[in-house]
Design a protein around this ligand. Structure first.
Ligand SMILES: Cc1cc2nc3c(=O)[nH]c(=O)nc-3n(C[C@H](O)[C@H](O)[C@H](O)COP(=O)(O)OP(=O)(O)OC[C@H]3O[C@@H](n4cnc5c(N)ncnc54)[C@H](O)[C@@H]3O)c2cc1C
Length: 375
C-alpha cells in the first residue's frame, strides 16, 4: 500500500465529535485523515440547541458559532400534553445554530490542515498493531490508531458486531426548519403522547422543530402529516406552532432506530467518541456538547501518552474507557430517568405541579444532566 495512504490516526465519521477530534489533533501536527460519507454542508436530525458548556473549548479550536449567526439562548419552557407550561432560566444557557452551519464551520477549519475524504468506511482490519480501513469507494488506508465517530447507528456497527445493534429501538426523530415568530432566546420542549418536540431558533432566523416519537405511535397515525394532525397538535403549543409555521424543507428529515442502549467506549481497539460511545436522551439538550467533550477527553489522553517511550495501547484504552465512564455515565443515566418520567403523563403532570411550587427545581435537574464548562 502507498505510504501516502498511511496516517498517524484515522477518524471515521465527520459529525461534531469526529470533526472536533480531527481538528484538535491536526492542530498539534498529527497526520490525520477524516473519512465522512456525506459532503458538507448537510442537514441532520437534531434539536440544534448547543449547551454553552462546550463554547470555550470550541473557541480554543478557533471556532466561533456567533460568527455564523448563532443565537444566544438562556430561557427554557416546558409543557405537558395539555399545554400546562413552566418557564425557567437556563443555568448555563446555550446557542442555536443549525448542524448545516456548525458542522460546515468545523469542516472548513479542518480542511485547512488535514485531509478529509468523502468516502464510506465499510470494513476495518486490525493486524500486527495496525488498522487497514477499507471504503466502499475501494480505497484502503492504514493507521495505528482509529477513532470511531460514526454516530448513533451505522452499518459499521453491524460490521463490528456491536452488541447494541442487535436490539431494535422504538425511537424515531423528525426535523424541519420553519418560518415562524418565536423568541430567539428561548428553547421550548413540548410533550405529546409518545414523545416530545423541541423548538428553537437557528442562525437563519428560522425555527427548528425537532421531535422524538415512538415508532408505534407514528405507525398508528399512518403518515407524518396524520401524526401531526392526530398526535402533535393535542398539545396547544404545538397546535399553535403547526397551524401557523411554514416549513422551508421540501419534506421533514427523519431518522429511525435511535438507540439509547449502553455502548462501549472502546471496541476492537477503536476509540469511540460522540454518539458512537453513547447517546444521552435529546431532552437534556447536550448530546452535541458531550460529543465534542468526548473528543477532547480522547485527544488529551492520546497526546499525553502516545509519544512516551513506555506507551502501551492497552493503557490508553483502559484510561479512555474509565475517563469516559466517569465523565458521562451518570449523566446518561439521569437523562434516561428524566425521559421515563417525562413521557409518562401521570409522572409528568406530578413533576409539573412540583416544579410550579418549587421553580428552582428545574435548573437543578438541568444541571444534573450537564457538566462543568469544558476548557
Ligand atoms: C431527535 C434528536 C434531537 C437532538 N437534539 C439535540 C439538541 O438539541 N442538542 C444537543 O446537544 N444534542 C441533540 N441531539 C444529540 C446530537 O444530535 C448528537 O449527540 C450529536 O449529533 C452527536 O454527534 P456525533 O458526531 O457523535 O454524531 P453525528 O453527528 O451523527 O455524526 C456521525 C457522522 O458519521 C458519518 N458516518 C456514519 N457511518 C459512516 C461510515 N461508515 N463511513 C463514513 N462516515 C460515516 C455520518 O454521515 C455522520 O456525519 C439530538 C439527537 C436526536 C436524535
Amino acid at each position: 500500500m502507498d505510504s501516502k495512504n498511511s496516517y498517524d490516526l484515522i477518524v471515521i465519521g465527520g459529525g461534531l465529535a469526529g470533526l472536533a477530534c480531527a481538528l484538535r489533533l491536526s492542530k498539534v501536527g498529527c497526520r490525520v485523515l477524516l473519512l465522512e460519507k456525506n459532503p458538507y454542508p448537510h442537514h441532520k436530525v437534531c434539536g440544534e440547541y448547543v449547551s454553552n458548556e462546550i463554547l470555550p473549548y470550541l473557541n480554543s479550536l478557533g471556532i466561533d458559532p456567533f460568527e455564523r449567526g448563532a443565537v444566544s439562548i438562556d430561557r427554557f419552557e416546558v409543557s405537558s400534553i395539555e399545554g400546562k407550561t413552566i418557564r425557567s432560566k437556563l443555568p448555563l444557557g446555550g446557542f442555536g445554530i443549525s448542524r448545516y452551519a456548525l458542522d460546515n464551520l468545523l469542516y472548513e477549519k479542518l480542511s485547512e490542515r488535514a485531509k478529509v475524504h468523502f468516502e464510506t468506511v465499510e470494513d476495518l482490519n486490525f493486524l500486527q498493531n495496525e488498522f487497514t480501513v477499507s471504503t466502499v469507494e475501494k480505497n484502503k488506508y492504514r493507521s495505528k490508531f482509529v477513532v470511531g465517530a460514526f454516530g448513533k447507528r451505522s452499518l459499521l456497527d453491524v460490521t463490528l458486531k456491536r452488541k447494541f445493534i442487535r436490539q431494535k429501538s422504538p425511537w424515531l426523530g423528525v426535523k424541519a426548519h420553519y418560518e415562524y415568530e418565536f423568541p430567539g432566546d428561548l428553547v421550548a420542549l413540548h410533550n405529546f403522547r409518545g414523545g416530545y418536540c423541541g423548538l428553537s431558533q437557528v442562525e437563519t432566523g428560522l425555527i427548528n422543530a425537532c421531535y422524538l416519537a415512538t415508532y408505534s405511535s407514528f405507525r398508528k397515525a399512518g403518515s407524518p402529516k396524520a401524526f401531526k394532525e392526530k398526535v402533535l397538535i393535542q398539545n396547544p403549543h404545538l397546535r399553535q406552532f403547526f397551524s401557523k409555521a411554514v416549513s422551508v424543507f421540501p419534506k421533514p428529515l427523519t431518522i429511525a432506530q435511535i438507540s439509547f442502549e449502553r455502548k462501549q467506549a472502546v471496541e476492537g481497539h477503536i476509540y469511540m467518541i460522540g454518539d458512537s460511545a453513547g447517546l444521552i436522551h435529546p431532552l437534556c439538550g447536550n448530546g452535541m456538547a458531550m460529543a465534542i467533550h468526548a473528543a477532547k477527553l480522547f485527544c488529551d489522553l492520546f497526546l499525553e501518552s502516545v509519544d512516551k517511550p513506555n506507551f502501551r495501547r492497552v493503557d490508553l484504552e483502559r484510561n479512555y474507557r474509565l475517563k469516559w465512564e466517569a465523565t458521562f455515565s451518570r449523566r446518561i443515566q439521569t437523562g434516561r430517568m428524566i425521559q421515563r418520567l417525562f413521557l409518562n403523563p401521570a409522572t409528568a403532570n406530578m413533576g409539573m405541579k412540583i416544579a410550579r411550587i418549587f421553580p428552582s427545581v428545574i435548573p437543578k435537574i438541568i444541571s444534573k444532566t450537564h457538566g462543568d464548562v469544558v476548557i
